[in-house]
Write a protein that binds this ligand. Structure first.
Ligand code: NDP
Length: 236
């Protein structure tokens, strides 16, 4: 089974790549940059797991890089089984509406919402070629993207993630007949560059839980496609 992960070079993306490799899957790791500093963590994984890891340049804000990665994947493998839209930014933290630079909202939408749109646009044809029963699109979202339990601050991030959740719902309806699992997942507050040191959970645990969702070891039920990493439903 081939799993594509964006933002795979650090944080949750790196943990997901490691866990998927541990479980014997083939990982296509997308990274914003292919320079050594950015890819060194993945190079170590590649040494350990050899042919099971490809590192592709995928800046989710550049459609051409996504299209090229999809073409490379098609040429090399013909299909992909799981798409994980993980790459994201959390910018202009704690700024009030009066202080906000509107360009920051555009930037957050470009990475966090349009990024997954670009990836799905170009990789969905490859997902349709998959014969796996575990076919899935997992959008890594956030509790910050919940309309029912929102908080003040993080305007760019929260607005972009709530839109990501709408994308998930729309795709869930669109792909129902195709039996593709489409989910938005809040991975929990994790110790990463984004989550900071005070976070109670770690990305390795979240990655293990998310792999259980992919492997159908956790059954997802509920009205919406927005869940926690342990499979429990979140209010959208
Ligand atoms: P990090 O900040 O640790 O890592 C973010 C990743 O996204 C990096 O690999 C980064 O690449 C990549 N990225 C950023 N911009 C782009 C881009 N334009 N193109 C491609 N890749 C890009 O974040 P986390 O690992 O903590 O977060 C992973 C996911 O989990 C995100 O979707 C986040 O919103 C979500 N989340 C995280 C929480 C937490 O507590 N950490 C809580 C709730 C949700 P680069 O190294 O090149 O910058």
């Amino acid at each position: 089974m081939k799993i594509l992960i964006t933002g795979a070079n650090r944080g949750l993306g790196l943990s997901l790549a490691k866990e998927a490799l541990e479980e014997g899957y083939h990982v296509i790791a997308g990274t914003r940059s292919l320079n050594e500093a950015a890819t060194s963590n993945l190079t170590v994984l590649k040494e350990n797991y050899n042919a099971k890891l490809d590192i592709f340049h995928m800046d989710v804000t550049e459609e051409a890089s996504i299209e090229k990665a999809a073409q490379q994947t098609k040429h090399q493998y013909g299909s992909v089984d799981v798409l994980i839209n993980n790459a994201a930014i959390l910018n202009e933290r704690d700024k009030s509406i009066e202080e906000l630079d509107l360009a920051a909202i555009q930037k957050a939408f470009d990475v966090n919402t349009l990024g997954p749109v670009r990836v799905i646009k170009h990789f969905l044809p490859l997902l349709r070629e998959s014969s796996s029963e575990k076919r899935a699109i997992l959008n890594i979202s956030s509790e910050a993207g919940s309309l029912t339990h929102t908080y003040s601050g993080d305007y760019p991030y929260g607005m972009s993630k709530v839109s990501l959740n709408m994308l998930t719902e729309k795709l869930r309806v669109y792909l129902k007949e195709d039996k593709v699992k489409v989910l938005s997942i809040h991975p929990g507050w994790m110790k990463t560059d984004m989550g900071g040191e005070k976070a109670p959970t770690n990305p390795d645990q979240a990655a293990k839980d998310i792999m259980k969702i992919i492997n159908d070891k956790i059954k997802i039920e509920g009205r919406f496609a927005f869940i926690n990493a342990d499979g429990t439903e979140r209010e959208i």
